[in-house]
Design a protein around this ligand. Structure first.
Ligand code: FAD
Length: 299
């Protein structure tokens, strides 16, 4: 069995788009399923909790960090391949591939349906886990099957079995310990010029409405049933709000984003602001908003 390098006390801040958070006691990036299995065995032998990290674009890691083994599924496990047929193609992507690579591969092959993937800064694994989506489409709409590691055994599950819902899937449930290894999507052939111009249109929408030049984890809050979190926050008078000069702020550009200006805020600064936003929205609008961002470590 291969033996991947395990590092000690690795600061997680650079591995997250929020640009804050403390160290992982142990950290490793496997290059194969075999290495992943051996890392899980190491964690078990040493009684360590594990956390599977993708591109870190939907997490807030506490300043204390994570007292266990962080396994980062990155580009070493991120191959992408295309099998074309008469009407379109099936694209197979490893969990560590950026979702944008899947989207761009589809564009390059004149395949439609994955344009929304181009602007989401997560990995394929993270996108399956969260059923990532944008502009009316989500992973659920294109997924055929998902490969995962289930208690040491590689299994393929159908899209239906993934139980995709709004920013959730079967994998996201607390008790589900499966690790996503890859995704197969089915796309149909389209007009390459139209596909490209749609990608450009979505890109413009995103850059004009979202603070992409400032660290964040995207939409901080889930959309509450019947509302938009950003509108509730705006209506509560919190556009551009900050509690202090730490760097944590409700984005003046998009109220649904809490941002970390200059990457200077700590995770607890960000968390204090998140709590303040939740309390204010509840008090002023009577609606409870919950973080979409996954909280890692102790808060
Ligand atoms: C600027 C910006 C814009 C964004 N826009 C969107 C958007 O339009 N739509 C959208 O849906 N999201 C959006 N996001 C959020 C984020 O990109 C998605 O949720 C993405 O799917 C997270 O993927 P990740 O690889 O970064 O996951 P991470 O943040 O690394 O992890 C998120 C969760 O997934 C789990 N996970 C990751 N990989 C695996 C795996 N292989 N197996 C099992 N579990 C795994 C982790 O354990 C964790 O619980 C945005 C974020 C930013 C910063």
């Amino acid at each position: 069995m291969s033996d991947p390098a395990i590092q000690r006390d690795v600061i997680l801040k650079p591995y997250t788009t929020f640009k804050c958070g403390g160290p992982a006691k142990y950290f490793a990036e496997p290059s194969s399923e075999e290495e992943l299995v051996s890392l899980l065995a190491f964690a078990k032998e040493n009684g360590l909790e594990t956390f599977i990290l993708g591109l870190g674009s939907n997490i807030l890691v506490s300043d204390e960090g994570f007292d266990g083994l962080v396994i980062r599924i990155g580009k070493n496990m991120g191959g992408v391949s295309v099998e074309e047929d008469d009407t379109g193609a099936v694209i197979t992507a490893g969990a560590g591939a950026p979702l944008s690579l899947l989207g761009n591969t589809a564009v390059k092959h004149g395949l439609e349906g994955a344009e929304f993937c181009c602007g989401i800064p997560g990995s394929v694994g993270g996108a399956v886990y969260m059923n990532a989506g944008a502009y009316g489409r989500e992973i659920k709409d294109i997924a055929v099957s998902v490969t995962c590691l289930d208690d040491g055994v590689v299994k393929t599950v159908s899209a239906e079995e993934c139980a995709f819902g709004y920013r959730t899937s079967a994998f996201e449930k607390e008790e589900d310990k499966r690790i996503i290894l890859g995704l197969k999507v089915r796309l149909t052939r389209g007009d390459p010029d139209k596909i490209l111009s749609y990608v450009e249109e979505l890109k413009t929408k995103r850059t004009t409405s979202q603070p992409l030049d400032v660290p964040s984890a995207g939409s901080t809050f889930k959309r509450p049933e019947g509302y938009f979190a950003g509108k509730l926050i705006d209506d509560s008078g919190l556009r551009g709000f900050k509690l202090d000069e730490s760097g944590a702020q409700v984005s003046p550009k998009h109220c649904g984003f809490v941002v970390n200006n200059g990457g200077t805020a700590s995770a607890s600064d960000v968390m204090r602001l998140i709590k303040h936003v939740q309390d204010t929205v509840l008090e002023k609008q009577g609606v409870k908003i919950e973080p979409e961002v996954r909280l890692i470590g102790k808060f």
